[in-house]
Every structure is written in structure tokens, then in C-alpha cells.
Design a protein around this ligand. Structure first.
Ligand code: CAO
Length: 431
């Protein structure tokens, strides 16, 4: 008969209703004896509830945010065949858990109760100590912040009283990591980057030095983080825009007050694809995907000081001419350095168009927390086989980089194929 062991919260001293801030294991996972199952954090201490036995997690009862007290059931664990089965014990009083502020304090004893289960013998073991001091000392908000940045808190030195880690400590750690000092991401070994090469270039020839612009420094830090933390894949495709170009030129003749470029058609086609594939209009929030019901598109604009990404709002509600006016206005504002923070917030998806300059394809970096970005290169007339002959077609190259944690390759291929369909036949925008 398989043995199911219940892991319960040991005595928490004077504390009760202590929130769960982190689940450390999943159902089906094999755990060692004393391995942390979840993290509790009170005002005074951060502590892990350890597994009383080695075995397989069958059920996790406690959820993130639950407020637990001594004796509460945390999980059920099937004992490994090789592991000795702990003897059932009755509840016993125990000393306070050791707060993370005072890791050298004496270790606590345990509390547990034997509870029968329907199909398996269930024992509550007598060794379910909290593991204080194993958990870095930081508030839940700082933990969430560190998790978002992929920072392993165990590697961060806390500067606050008692070694508590502040948000600023995490920021300092990330800055050092970006400068090549320490690995940013924990867990799987980190980036383990070697330091940036220090070279005296003047040894090899004359040089001059100039500081990076403020925009370059800001966008550089964002680009480096996004490139390092997001598993990027880029999907390439081509759209036949022969008919679209005829229509665009016609529109240009009718609306002499504004330049109608292919970019506004790409904005509309992107919105159509975002509607059809909602996972692209989303952001990761821990283990959740936040799906957006609005369609704000960021446009990468090249300025003498560097790249900025103003956002055009509610692109689903605007026509090609209105979008052309807005595009012209934000480009001017960007180049005159008049964009505000608000102008650059709230984007769902970004388009980076190098089509006015050249190139056949490139691999754009995702603008986090978005999950995809479309790169556009210069259209070219190419011979395309139509089943009987080669016909000249104006082909527009599309390069879609996507976050592979959220989007699968097949979905990305469908997204660009659909965009190409829409651009080839704009009537699809009405469907
Ligand atoms: N293929 C062929 N021609 C294209 C094209 C394409 N994909 N996209 C634009 N063009 C043409 C336009 O029609 C226009 O032609 P005319 O001058 O004959 O009318 C010309 O190229 C210049 O267009 P534009 O660049 O002024 O306008 P746009 O709407 O295409 O782009 C803006 C506006 C602000 C996005 C662009 O000026 C810009 O800054 N692009 C750079 C973005 C960038 O740096 N991305 C890289 C990010 S990663 O480092």
C-alpha cells in the first residue's frame, strides 16, 4: 500500500495567518526530505515549510496568498519506496520558528497530526521543522520585483537592518550584472558572464571618446535586459503588397496633406492579427498571461539621439488617414525630443520599420513586457510563381520576434501568414 504523508505547518509561535509568498514545488515533483515546499512570510520572519519525507508531491493544498497557521495542511506526499516511513505522531507544542533576522537562534521542534485519507495510509511525521535563514530576507514586493527581473535573491546582499534586501539592492545587483560583474539570473546557473573586456584602444591607433546619449543609455539597459531574459525566436515571412501599393498611392494622391506610408497598413494588419491571435496581445505576469482588450501599437522611431518607441492608441478604432496623421505627429515629436513618458507607455505590440532605409530581414528585440515585435524591411519587386508563370510582385519582408515562453513557433507562423494574407487583400480587414 502506498504511504501518503501530510506536510503541515509547524508551530509558528505567536504568529498565525501567515501568508504564503512562494510555492517552491509542483505536483508530480520529487522532493528530498527537508526540501522547502513553500515560503511563508510574516512581519518578523521569512521561512520555508520543509517536506517531512523524501517522495513525490501528490497534492498541493496551500495556494499563493493563503494565510496559514500552525497545523494547516500544505501538501500530500507519496513516500519514496526507498525512504523510511516516519512514525505517526500526535501534535506537540513547539518553540517559535527562527526569524530570518536571527538565523543563529535555536531550531524549532515540530507539530503535526495524523489524519487518515480515503485510499492510503496517511501519517504526519514528527520532523516538519520550518527552515529559517534558508530564505533570503526580503518583503513580498521585493520578491515579486526580483522574480520579474529573474534575479536570484540568494545572491543579493541586503543593505537594510538585519540584512533585509531592498528594491534598491535588487536594482544595484541588476546594474552590476549588466556591467558584466555578476550573473543576473539565478537558479539554472545564471548567465555566468565574464567581465567586459578592458582595452586601451589608443594602443592600436588614434581614438576619441564621447558619452552615450541619455536615450541610448536608457534604451540600452532595456534592450540588454530584454535580449538576455526573453527567449527570442524570429519568424520570417513575405507579403505580396502589389495591390496594397496601388491603393496606397491612390490614397496619397487624394490626401496631399499627409504622407501615407506602408506603415499604417502594417498597423491595421497587426491589429487584425492581434485580434485573431490574442496571445500576442498579452504580457507575462509571473505564471499568468494578461490578455489585453485594447490595441495600442508602439512604433520604433529613429532619432539622432537614439531609438524611442511612442505608442499610437486604439489603432483598431482609427482609419489609415487618421493613423498617418498620428504617425507623422509622433515622429516629429520624437525627433524634436518632445515625447513625454505617457506617450511611450501602454503599448501592446511594437512595429520597427526599416523599410524606408533598406535590408531584407532583421531580428528585432522584444519591447518587454510585450511578447512580440514586428520588424519590417524594404519591399522589392520579385518574380513569384503563380502556378503557370513567374509574375512580378511587390514583396514586403516581415520579421516577427516572439517570446517563446508565451508563443509557439506554429502560432507565430500562423500570425505572419495571416498578416501576409491581410496585406495581400485588404478586404480581409472587413471580415
Ligand atoms: N518598403 C519600401 N519602402 C518603404 C517601406 C517599405 N517597407 N516603408 C516605408 N517606405 C518608404 C516610404 O513610403 C517613404 O517613401 P517616399 O519618401 O517615397 O514617400 C520612405 O520609405 C520613407 O518612409 P519613412 O521612414 O519616412 O516613413 P515610415 O512611415 O515608413 O516610417 C518611422 C516612419 C518614424 C517609423 C521611420 O521614419 C523610422 O524612424 N524608422 C526607423 C525605425 C528604427 O530605427 N527601427 C530599428 C529599431 S531596432 O534598432
Amino acid at each position: 500500500m502506498s504511504e501518503l504523508i501530510e506536510a503541515r505547518v509547524p508551530d509558528l509561535g505567536s504568529d498565525s495567518g501567515v501568508p504564503v509568498i512562494e510555492l517552491l514545488v509542483k505536483v508530480g515533483e520529487t522532493v528530498k526530505k527537508d526540501q522547502g515546499l513553500l515560503t511563508l512570510e510574516s512581519d518578523k520572519a521569512t521561512m520555508e515549510v520543509p517536506s517531512p519525507v523524501a517522495g513525490e508531491i501528490v497534492e498541493i493544498i496551500a495556494q499563493l496568498g493563503d494565510e496559514l497557521s500552525a497545523g494547516d495542511l500544505v501538501a500530500r506526499i507519496k513516500v519514496s519506496a526507498s525512504a523510511p516511513t516516519p512514525a505517526p505522531v500526535a501534535a506537540a507544542p513547539a518553540p517559535l520558528p527562527v526569524p530570518a533576522k536571527a538565523p543563529e537562534a535555536p531550531k524549532p521542534a515540530s507539530v503535526a497530526a495524523a489524519v487518515p485519507a480515503a485510499s492510503a495510509a496517511v501519517h504526519a511525521p514528527d520532523n516538519s521543522e520550518l527552515i529559517p535563514g534558508k530564505v533570503p530576507y526580503a518583503s513580498p514586493a521585493v520578491r515579486v520585483f526580483a522574480r520579474e527581473l529573474g534575479v536570484d535573491l540568494a545572491q543579493v546582499k541586503g543593505s537594510e537592518r538585519g540584512g533585509r534586501i531592498s528594491k534598491e539592492d535588487v536594482q544595484q545587483f541588476v546594474k552590476a550584472a549588466l556591467a558584466g560583474g555578476v550573473p543576473a539570473a539565478g537558479g539554472g546557473g545564471g548567465l555566468n558572464l565574464i567581465p567586459w573586456p578592458q582595452v586601451d584602444f589608443s594602443k592600436f591607433g588614434p581614438v576619441s571618446s564621447e558619452p552615450l546619449s541619455r536615450i541610448k543609455k536608457l534604451s540600452g539597459a532595456n534592450l540588454a535586459r530584454n535580449w538576455a531574459m526573453i527567449p527570442h525566436v524570429t519568424q520570417f515571412d513575405e507579403a505580396d503588397i502589389t495591390d496594397m501599393e496601388i491603393f496606397r498611392k491612390k490614397l496619397g494622391e487624394e490626401h496631399k496633406d499627409v504622407k501615407v506610408t506602408p506603415l499604417v497598413f502594417l498597423i491595421k494588419a497587426s491589429v487584425a492579427a492581434l485580434k485573431k491571435f490574442p496571445n500576442f496581445n498579452a504580457s507575462l505576469d509571473g505564471d499568468n498571461l494578461v490578455l489585453k482588450q485594447y490595441f495600442h501599437v508602439g512604433i520604433a522611431v529613429d532619432t539622432p539621439d537614439g531609438l524611442v518607441v511612442p505608442v499610437i492608441r486604439d489603432c483598431d478604432k482609427k482609419g489609415l488617414i487618421e493613423l498617418s496623421h498620428e504617425l507623422a505627429a509622433i515622429s516629429v515629436k520624437a525627433r524634436e525630443k518632445k515625447l513625454t513618458g505617457a506617450d511611450m507607455q501602454g503599448g501592446c505590440f511594437t512595429i520597427s520599420s526599416l523599410g524606408g532605409i533598406g535590408g531584407t530581414a532583421f531580428t528585432p528585440i522584444i519591447n518587454a513586457p510585450e511578447v512580440a515585435i514586428l520588424g519590417v524591411s524594404k519591399s522589392q519587386t520579385k518574380p513569384v510563381w503563380n502556378g503557370t508563370e513567374f509574375a512580378p510582385k511587390l514583396m514586403l519582408p516581415l520579421s516577427l520576434s516572439y517570446d517563446h515562453r508565451v508563443i509557439d513557433g506554429a502560432a507565430a507562423a500562423r500570425f505572419t501568414a495571416y498578416m501576409a494574407q491581410v496585406l495581400a487583400d485588404l478586404r480581409r480587414l472587413l471580415v
